[in-house]
Structure formats: structure tokens, C-alpha cells
Ligand binder design. Structure first.
Ligand code: TTP
Length: 394
């Protein structure tokens, strides 16, 4: 099945992590987000993959450059998902085609079922359908309508953003502008539902990686699929428990405890006497110092956490430098879900435990305390001994 992967967006809700790179190139376990999408599609039966690039196109091309089945087309301006597929139209063979978002993870089995089903849309049951495109189906499981974010949803079945369109849909991409000024693929889907029997195919597992805390969930998922592998230099007094991966060129020093799933990437160093646990990635060349605890966090390449620090449920961008004794709070006194500002709006992460988000090259002074939900923009600084309660440098 020829497959179009949409990867031209900027990922504004993911800022500041996308200030210096496009969202599809954010790290998820041992590769980038868009590599997972492409690799899962290939494993599910995608024959050729046309990736639509736009914002920071070279970075996306670079991430996927060595995959033979992949071709690229450019969407000049990000004017919507139907417009993005339009950019790929000239490359499509005269045959049905699939469309996947470059920032949504699916399980392989569900994608394979979607590919087999003919005209189809991936569908999921959710508790809050009013936040999604709601699918109305008939008794045979065919989609009758798609309603975007309805006040009173007709069902709990929602559009999971994966489609197989019939050949003729190449001619249905020229939809009108939507109320929010975009050319939307859901309008193409509506047209397909009118013209053909479009099946709703249940998706077992999917994850839309839109906000910073979704990146933690994405890493939790993909780290959980990794098998234990120790290729790096591990001191005999270190204790690696469960599915821990230490890549060649990484160092784990004496007295370190790592509880899997965890990944220590090439060139990284951990310890001595550090504690790493719960779905953590220590990125390429990153450093976790003496007596540091890191829990359920993503440390991107080159990030350094100085001695006697604590990092929990957090995302640290490239080359972040935490001064010694930096402490992250990841739980509120009232036990409510931690909130984070996304595009200026306070938004619930839905997580009781969530720490901080740091853009690239943030530096904290020694003994900085960072409150739960704080976001530090790329290059932001804190003073020694400072308690940071509000976002900075965004
Ligand atoms: P969105 O999630 O709507 O956009 P985005 O990824 O840029 O993120 P944000 O809303 O935070 O700014 O897009 C869904 C997918 O479609 C995503 O993989 C990007 C892709 N896309 C394009 O390729 N071209 C476009 O014009 C748009 C709007 C999205």
C-alpha cells in the first residue's frame, strides 16, 4: 500500500521543544518520532512512502534519509492536511493510498488491518469524544459521517487520523477552506464516505504526540518494546534491572542502579552512584552525574544533570545543563493533575506526576528548585538557589 506521511507541520503546541527542530524529529526511544511512523507503516505493509515535508524540511529528510522506500515532497505553506496530501498527489500511483500523520504512533497490527480493509479510517473509543472528530457508523461498520468536536457527540468512536482512500480520492483533494482557514483531510473523508463504503477499523493503540507530556508517553510506549541489551562499558558494581539498553560507547559507573525500561545512548555517561528508573532515556552524549536520580524522563543529546540533582517526569532539551542540586517538583500538594501552559493557555497534563519542560541549552544555577509544570524556553537561565514557580524565556 502506497502511504503518504504528513510531516510538514511545526508542532507549535510542543514548544519550546520545537523551537530549534520540527516535531517529527523529536526523540522517541532509539529513533525519531517520524522514523517510528515510517518503520511501523513499513512493517504493516507500506510498499512506498511519500513523506510530505515543509517546516524545517531538511531536518526531517535527514532523519529518514537512509530508508529506501521513502520519497519526499514539499508543501510550501502549511495550509492543512488535505493541502499536504495534494502536494504528494503527483507522486501517487494509480491505486488506493493510505495517509498517516507523521506525529501519531500506531501499533503495527492495527495498521496492517487498516491496509487490508480497503477504504477505511482508523477508529478508537475514547471517554471525551467532544475533543475529536466523531465517527457515526451504520450497523455494518461503515462510516456515515464525521463531525469535528461536536458539543453532543453521536458516539464515543473517534477518528484516529489514519486513512486508506480509494484511487478516485486523488481527485477529491481540492476541498474548500474550513472555518479555521485550512484545507482539511476530514472533508476528503466525508466525500469518500458519500461515494464509497468506508470501514471504521478499530485501532488497538495510538498516541497523538502533540504536547510535551505526550513525548513522555511516547517514550514509555517505545521503551517498553525494547529488549535488554548491554553493549556499553558497565562497571561490575552497577546494577541494571529489567529491560535496560546501554548502547556501545556509553558508560555506566560504579554504584549506579538502573531500573528498566531505560535506554542509555551512545556517548552518554551515568554515575557514579546514580539512580535511573521508570522509562528514562539518557540521550547521546548526555551525562547523569554523581548521586543524581532521574525518573521517567527524557534527556536529549548532550544534556547534563550535575551531582545531587533530582529530575522526575520531565523533558530536557539538547545541551540543557542542570547545576548541582537542581531539584524538580513533580507532584502538587493537592494531588491534582499538573498543569502546563500550551500556546498561552493553562492545560491539564492529565498526569498526577509531571515535572518540567526545558528547551535546548537551558542552564540552572546550583540548588535551583523548579516547580511542577514549569516550562523554561530555549537558552533560559536561573540563579543559584532560585525557586522557579513560573515559566521563563518563552
Ligand atoms: P497538526 O497536529 O494539526 O499540526 P502540527 O503538527 O504542526 O502541530 P501544532 O498544532 O502543535 O502546531 O497536524 C497534524 C499532522 O499533519 C502533523 O503530522 C503535521 C501534518 N501537517 C502537514 O503536513 N501540513 C499541514 O499543513 C498541517 C496543518 C499539518
Amino acid at each position: 500500500m502506497q502511504t503518504v506521511v504528513l510531516a510538514a507541520g511545526e508542532g507549535t503546541r510542543m514548544r519550546p521543544l520545537t523551537d530549534r527542530r520540527p516535531k517529527p524529529t523529536l526523540p522517541v526511544a532509539d529513533r525519531t518520532l517520524v522514523e517510528h511512523v515510517v518503520d511501523t507503516a513499513t512493517a504493516a505493509g507500506a510498499s512506498r512512502i511519500v513523506v510530505v515535508v515543509g517546516y524545517a524540511a531538511d531536518a526531517v529528510r535527514g532523519a529518514l534519509g537512509d530508508r529506501e522506500a521513502v520519497e519526499f515532497v514539499t508543501q510550501d505553506r502549511q495550509r492543512g492536511t488535505a493541502d499536504a496530501v495534494r502536494a504528494a498527489r503527483g507522486e501517487l500511483d494509480d491505486a488506493p493510498f493510505a495517509v498517516l500523520n507523521g506525529d501519531v504512533l500506531y501499533d503495527r497490527g492495527s495498521l496492517a488491518a487498516l491496509y487490508d480493509a480497503g477504504p477505511a479510517v482508523g477508529a478508537c473509543r475514547v471517554d471525551d469524544p467532544e475533543n475529536y472528530g466523531v465517527l457515526e457508523t451504520d450497523a455494518d461498520g461503515h462510516v456515515r459521517s464525521v463531525v469535528e468536536k461536536p458539543a453532543t457527540p453521536a458516539s464515543t468512536l473517534v477518528n484516529a487520523g489514519a486513512y486508506v482512500f480509494p484511487t478516485a480520492a486523488r481527485n477529491w483533494l481540492d476541498v474548500g477552506e474550513s472555518d479555521r482557514g485550512e484545507y482539511e483531510l476530514t472533508d476528503v473523508l466525508e466525500r469518500a464516505c458519500d461515494a464509497a463504503d468506508v470501514r471504521a477499523v478499530a485501532v488497538d493503540r495510538w498516541l497523538d504526540v502533540g504536547r510535551p507530556w505526550d513525548l513522555l508517553a511516547a517514550n514509555e510506549w517505545k521503551l517498553g518494546e525494547m529488549e535488554r541489551r548491554i553493549d556499553g562499558d558497565v562497571h561490575p558494581d552497577a546494577d541494571l534491572r529489567g529491560s535496560v539498553v546501554v548502547e556501545a560507547g556509553a558508560t555506566v559507573d560504579a554504584g549506579v542502579v538502573i531500573e528498566g525500561p531505560a535506554l542509555v545512548r551512545a556517548g552518554a555517561s551515568v554515575g557514579p552512584n546514580a539512580y535511573v528508573r521508570g522509562a528514562t532515556v539518557v540521550g547521546e552524549g548526555a551525562s547523569v552525574g554523581h548521586a543524581v536520580e532521574v525518573k521517567n524522563s527524557v534527556l536529549m543529546a548532550g544534556a547534563t544533570v550535575g551531582h545531587l540533582s533530582y529530575v522526575g517526569d520531565s523533558v530536557l532539551g539538547r545541551d540543557v545543563n542542570f547545576g548541582a542540586g537542581t531539584t524538580v517538583a513533580n507532584l502538587r500538594h493537592d494531588d491534582a493533575a499538573v498543569r502546563v501552559r500550551v500556546k498561552g493557555e493553562s492545560t491539564s497534563t492529565g498526569r498526577r506526576k509531571f515535572g518540567v519542560v526545558c528547551g535546548d541549552a537551558v542552564k540552572t544555577g546550583i540548588d535551583t528548585a523548579l516547580n511542577a509544570g514549569v516550562v523554561l524556553g530555549a537558552g533560559a537561565r536561573t540563579d543559584p538557589g532560585e525557586t522557579v514557580r513560573r515559566d521563563r524565556g518563552r
